[in-house]
Write a protein that binds this ligand. Structure first.
Ligand SMILES: NC(=O)c1ccc[n+]([C@@H]2O[C@H](COP(=O)([O-])OP(=O)(O)OC[C@H]3O[C@@H](n4cnc5c(N)ncnc54)[C@H](OP(=O)(O)O)[C@@H]3O)[C@@H](O)[C@H]2O)c1
Length: 291
């Protein structure tokens, strides 16, 4: 069994981006600029945005964090996005999800200029990705593909079972894994809450991507020997033994599943850091295409 080390792989990608930025600065160009918008005080969102801002500073990107109150109106948020769309000094815009209930995710995602959509959630980005055209690929699925590529895992002809069909993880990773690319060229089964006999599909899988948000859902009896396991899940579970009062759990029972696998991502330090690395790559792409 080999651990797919998202932390180290992410660091290697960030190091390469840092060199690229240093080169741009030597050429007299400005640094790429990412703007993150955080609405409200969700603890997990604070952590994710903080990690994105930190990655920007490690690489040498400029970053701006715009904090808005929980009560901010949808109209106000859309007008902030409109200003950032028009601002030539801004390359990438991301709005941290989830948003407060009174704000429509869909309207907000659609309001971001497709040329600055570094999260890759805009319908134009998704449409281009589906057609295999150059696009901003949603950061978590993109990070998973970068991790498979880094470890030179040849997925051609494999049966991939994706657990979850959200727009940000399950659906896009199922499209990427089935694409005529390397990694890719898998035969993909997508499972969701209405799927009957998930265990039977999983037992047929060469690759399982678990993106449900159900801690420990994938157990050893669901996994065949030599499978590749990608655990996307991040759930905060109460833990009195931790200073924070919680631990982070993945969707896979790592202790019992890992001895059966060829490769497995840990939680934390698996897909999470790769998501950040992918976002950083998308930000450079936006910068290079817009400048
Ligand atoms: N590592 C990272 O960087 C990263 C990034 C994003 C998300 N995440 C984590 O990944 C997990 C999934 O995120 P998400 O945004 O995709 O979640 P989501 O929008 O809640 O989607 C969850 C999906 O799982 C399915 N599902 C839930 N319970 C199920 C069950 N018991 N059996 C079968 N299917 C079930 C749902 O089916 P239905 O469609 O039928 O409801 C849905 O398609 C979460 O833990 C999240 O925190 C991690």
């Amino acid at each position: 069994m080999q651990i797919l080390d998202g932390q180290a792989t992410s660091q290697a990608i960030k190091d390469a981006l840092k060199l690229r930025v240093a080169q741009l600065i030597l050429e007299g160009r400005r640094a790429p600029h990412l703007v993150a918008i955080l609405v409200g005080n969700n603890g997990a969102s604070e952590t994710y945005v903080g990690a994105k801002v930190k990655a920007c500073s490690e690489i040498g990107y400029k970053s701006t964090l715009i904090r808005l109150d929980e009560e901010t109106s949808e109209h106000k948020l859309l007008s902030v996005i409109g200003e950032l769309n028009d601002d030539l000094s801004v390359d990438g815009i991301l709005v941290q999800l989830p948003l407060p209930k009174h704000i429509s995710d869909e309207k907000v995602i659609n309001a971001i200029s497709a040329s600055k959509d570094v999260d890759g959630f805009h319908p134009i980005s998704i449409g281009r990705m589906v057609q295999g055209l150059s696009s901003f690929t949603p950061a978590t699925p993109y990070g998973i593909m970068l991790l498979l590529e880094h470890y030179k895992i040849d997925t051609k002809g494999m049966h991939a079972v994706v657990l979850g069909r959200s727009n940000i993880v399950g659906r896009p990773i199922s499209i990427l894994l089935s694409s005529n690319t390397n990694p890719g060229n898998c035969t993909v089964t997508v499972c969701h809450s209405h799927t009957k006999n998930i265990k039977e599909f999983c037992l047929e899988a060469d690759i399982i991507v678990a993106a449900l948000g159900r801690p420990g859902f994938v157990t050893a009896d669901m996994v065949k020997e030599g499978a590749i396991i990608i655990d996307v899940g991040i759930t905060r579970v109460a833990d009195a033994g931790k200073k924070s009062g919680f631990s982070i759990k993945g969707d896979v029972d790592f202790t019992n599943v890992s001895p059966k696998c060829a490769y497995i991502t840990p939680v934390p330090k698996g897909v999470g850091p790769m998501t950040i690395a992918a976002l950083m790559k998308n930000t450079l792409k936006a910068y290079l295409e817009n400048n």
